[in-house]
Design a protein around this ligand. Structure first.
Ligand SMILES: NC(=O)c1ccc[n+]([C@@H]2O[C@H](COP(=O)([O-])OP(=O)(O)OC[C@H]3O[C@@H](n4cnc5c(N)ncnc54)[C@H](OP(=O)(O)O)[C@@H]3O)[C@@H](O)[C@H]2O)c1
Length: 245
């Protein structure tokens, strides 16, 4: 990837940590968004090896607030001049059987995963259009593709991202902006460790490759999507799931 300016949301999370370490090795300008957990982000950064040309800045924002997203994008633009790549990685999972799911939890999940991704997309597009280049990526999930009991809010939010991704891809392709999502199976990071160990064991058994994903493979996929040569890949889901779907 040539020297690009990246905005990564959810940088303080488990998968964020792995994406940071790959980006930081490349000499890029990297804007990292966190919300409630600056300490985690500091910890990730203290364990990250940086290319001498890499520049990293951290920004606090709650992506469910349009004002906060607007300030986030404006501040990143002020700092780096432009944004070439947006990785919509921030996410929330609250699990309960549908008949036990509170409306509050349902709304929380939808507002972070779907509305938050929409807001970041909405406000980054004008910045990308100025340069006639952009790569927008959503980190999504296998869950809406296979149906997992107890995950209706999460699945609905990620299924919504599929519609958002497909639609936006058609809206901005004339501006040389591609829009894709990576639908993850179960990876050794972050949300996976919210799942009780006995259920984790059952999940691992159900994965044809019989192991959880290595988060480094997510970065391989991001690098492919972000390459200047990947201009023809847009509106797609890349399914990284060990054969689960
Ligand atoms: N781990 C997996 O196996 C797996 C599988 C499929 C898909 N995914 C997807 O991968 C992405 C990252 O997941 P993860 O495993 O790294 O989860 P995680 O460790 O729980 O991290 C979640 C991240 O989202 C941020 N976030 C949550 N609510 C936010 C809000 N209102 N505004 C801004 N940021 C907010 C958190 O920020 P703070 O902590 O700073 O508040 C944190 O950085 C998610 O989209 C998830 O759905 C993960």
């Amino acid at each position: 990837m040539p020297c690009k300016k990246v905005l990564l949301t959810g940088a303080s999370g488990g998968i964020g940590k792995h994406i940071i370490s790959d980006l930081a090795a490349k000499g890029m300008k990297i804007a990292l968004q966190y919300n409630t957990n600056p300490e985690k982000l500091t910890e990730h950064l203290s364990n990250t090896e940086k290319h001498p040309d890499t520049e990293i800045k951290s920004f606090k924002a709650d992506i469910t607030s349009e004002n906060e997203v607007l300030s986030l994008i404006e501040n990143v633009k002020k700092e780096f001049g432009s944004i070439d790549i947006l990785i919509n990685n921030a996410g929330l999972s609250i699990n309960a059987m549908t008949w036990k799911m509170s409306l509050k939890d349902w709304n929380n999940v939808l507002s972070v995963n779907l509305t938050g991704s929409f807001l970041c997309t909405k406000h980054v597009i004008p910045v990308m259009k100025e340069n006639n280049f952009g790569r927008i990526i959503y980190i999504s999930s296998v869950v809406p593709q296979i149906g997992v009991p107890g995950t209706s809010a999460y699945a609905a939010s990620k299924a919504g991202i599929a519609g958002l991704c497909k639609t936006v891809s058609k809206e901005v392709i004339k501006n040389n902006i591609t829009v894709n999502m990576i639908s993850l199976g179960y990876f050794e990071a972050g949300l996976l460790f919210q799942i009780p160990e006995d259920i984790r064991k059952q999940i691992k058994e159900s994965i044809p490759i019989k192991k959880f994903g290595d988060p480094a493979e997510i970065s391989e996929c991001i690098n492919y999507i972000c390459s200047e040569k990947s201009s023809y890949l847009t509106g797609q889901s890349i399914n990284l799931n060990g054969g689960l779907y």
